[in-house]
Write a protein that binds this ligand. Structure first.
Ligand code: PLP
Length: 395
């Protein structure tokens, strides 16, 4: 069969300014990264607390390699379950205030695994329009009827559930912090509606874990909803600075997943050193409140800098989108920033809806006031903060 379509489609993507390419970071992650031997100020990492290159986390991984070696050798149910997997599951369950937890190799696989395990043909799953791709893929793959409500529109959610009495099971799923917009879901209302219609509630707390809540436990803690969410999903790859995903919930729910979640069953367990790093990340979050405080200080600093240029600005998380609309304009803005030594990639469809291409700024605790000032000055220099369409809407 001819493979000409590959080049045709790549050319088409390029013509539409939608071709995706990556830049290679030489050295470690941090507020400054090296690309092609040059230092760039980075505002695009999910390593919100700057833990990806933290000395204690690196040491924990090194120590663990000495004790446990590198690979886990098999899937969890065959012979891959090691002491550190269990320690991390116990710790994340305690952290999230649930009875039990289960690790997955990535957050993406946790979403896919849980959704496909809990709903299938004959069930209905209802989700926010701006849920993360891994949730959308899980909903589609599950075979359940999949309905979407407009972003954060709880009355539409309720009306969808009202009309779903014929289904065997109902499941409501939402991001807590939306990954490309940085705004937060109305979790209290959603939990009330899910309960009213006897629907299972699943919350993806990936971008809130280590960021929200007095103890950094996430948006569920922030809204005092611990114990009220059936399926708590999270990732170690954002503020915890590591890799891996998890589902936390009741013991029977976790036992069910061990038996039904294919992305848990049919893949090799995470290397134990990854678990050691995640364990240390969680401990640092619990023991050093200054990490989260510094992040929120930076969020306030960016807000104050941007408010000099924008009348209405709501920033409620480390994720701050500057929505420019067209892919071409966004790509060009990203290239200009790169020219001035700042790294913020252009986020374009299908990651975001058509005509909402954006620069997604993400802040880290390890940025300083000078870095943030340099960002706003450069945004101004390239004409973005005067641009009429530009708006920052996270909150
Ligand atoms: C909201 C959300 N859920 C899940 C994921 C997937 O997590 P991971 O990167 O651990 O696969 C991401 C990140 O890409 C995300 O933004």
């Amino acid at each position: 069969m001819s493979t000409d379509f590959i080049l045709d489609e790549l050319r088409e993507l390029k013509a539409l300014n939608l071709l995706r390419e990556y830049k290679t970071i030489e050295g470690a992650q941090g507020p400054y990264v090296y690309i092609n031997g040059k230092s760039y100020l980075s505002f695009c990492s999910n390593d919100y607390l700057g833990l990806a290159n933290h000395p204690k986390i690196k040491q924990a991984a090194i120590d663990s390699i000495h004790q446990y070696g590198w690979g886990a050798g098999a899937s969890r149910l065959v012979s891959g379950t090691m002491t550190l997997h269990q320690e991390l599951e116990k710790k994340i369950a305690e952290f999230k205030g649930t009875e039990a937890a289960l690790l997955f190799p990535t957050g993406y696989m946790a979403n896919l695994g849980a959704l496909c395990a809990f709903v299938s043909k004959g069930d209905i799953v209802v989700g926010d329009k701006l849920n993360h791709a891994s949730i959308i893929d899980g909903c589609r793959l599950s075979g359940a009827t999949f309905r979407i409500y407009p972003h954060k529109d709880v009355s539409q959610l309720e009306s969808l559930l009202q009309r779903s009495s014929g289904y065997r099971r109902k499941l409501v799923v939402t991001d807590s912090v939306f990954s490309m917009d940085g705004d937060t879901a109305p979790l209290t209302e959603i939990a009330g509606i899910a309960k009213k219609y006897d629907a299972i509630l699943m919350v993806d707390d990936a971008h809130a874990t280590g960021v929200f809540g007095k103890q950094g436990k996430g948006l569920i803690e922030h809204y005092s909803l611990e114990g009220k969410i059936d399926i708590v999903m999270g990732s170690f790859s954002k503020a915890i600075g590591s890799v891996g995903g998890f589902i936390a919930g009741s013991k029977p729910l976790i036992d069910f997943l061990k038996n039904k979640a294919r992305p848990f069953i049919y893949t090799t367990a995470l290397p134990p050193a990854v678990c050691a790093a995640s364990l240390t990340g969680l401990t640092l979050i619990q023991e050093d409140a200054s990490l989260i405080n510094r992040l929120w200080k930076n969020i306030a600093c960016l807000k104050s800098q941007l408010s000099k240029f924008m009348n209405t600005i709501t920033i409620g998380s480390p994720i701050v989108p500057i929505i420019l609309g067209s892919a071409e304009e966004t790509l060009s803005a990203s290239q200009k920033l790169y020219h001035y030594g700042i790294q913020i990639p252009a986020i374009r469809p299908p990651t975001v809806p058509p005509d909402t291409s954006r620069l997604r700024i993400s802040l880290m605790a390890t940025h300083n006031e000078y870095d943030i000032k340099r960002l706003t000055e450069t945004l101004q220099l390239i004409g973005l903060l005067k641009c009429e369409q530009a708006r920052a809407t996270s909150g």
